[in-house]
Design a protein around this ligand. Sequence first.
Ligand code: DAK
Length: 257
Amino acid sequence: MAYKHLIVETHEKVGVIFFDRPEALNALCEELVQELGQALDIFEDDSNIHVIVLTGSHKAFAAGADIREMQSKTYVSAYMEDFITQGWERVTQCRKPIIATVAGYALGGGCEMAMMCDFIIAGDNAQFGQPEITIGTIPGAGGTQRLARYIGKSKAMDMCLTGRMMDAEEAERCGLVSRVVPAGQLKGEDIKVASKIASFSLPVTMMAKEAVNQAFETTLTSGLKFERRVFHATFDLEDRREGMSAFVEKREPNFKN
Ligand code: DAK
């Protein structure tokens, strides 16, 4: 499928989606977000794809939602059209693991989009921020909520109230990103990490993702119960039997998904 603002590649079991709107530092216009939804639908429906990588260019993951598109909106128009909500939420509805790999700017909606993914790998030139306050608004796609959960209240307040940027080193230190790699190596490194995850049983990776996400949606007691049920359920999987047998027999497992 051809896209105007995306480049889509596959590397064996890994599907990679690049934002490709260099003239606007990958600002997430409505058309791009719609295309993103289509690309995600295709990868989710493709049983050969186990893991999705969402990425941008060396200069920008995405410098936010498109300010030119938002400039003339009113409260009523944004409310009535439920402004850009649906496409954005598609990322959070992904059942397969989705990794954001960020080089350069991840600002506003770009930072929010990265946080909607399961984890973030950053190039050492990455810059994260929620600068909406500098243009007279506040984060609208989870910045105030997800950032506070990722990095705690004090830093989230600092970011949202000052609009400052956070570099990759600080982002790793405070838990916003899982690892930092030299920006020039980000492309190979992301495929390596995604391929590692893709080598495991797909239903089990999906269950692990669902269980970790419960930690952010429920109480500890309910989350633990959910985890226990899913853990018990894995005992009915052929891949669980294969994994444990392979360990005991000192060989590589051959997961059938
Ligand atoms: N939108 C539109 N165009 C943008 C853009 C953006 N967010 N960011 C950059 N561009 C464009 C610039 O206008 C410029 O275009 P031309 O002038 O060349 O035509 C081109 O990209 C290159 O940018 P600069 O010339 O500014 O490049 P610099 O290297 O000098 O500066 C910068 C890079 C990233 C520091 C700067 O471009 C910048 O400050 N950009 C804006 C960052 C920002 O404020 N981002 C937050 C936007 S508000 C929601 C979902 C999402 C959102 C809200 C609701 N729902 C689901 C309801 C999100 C809101 C936001 O993200």
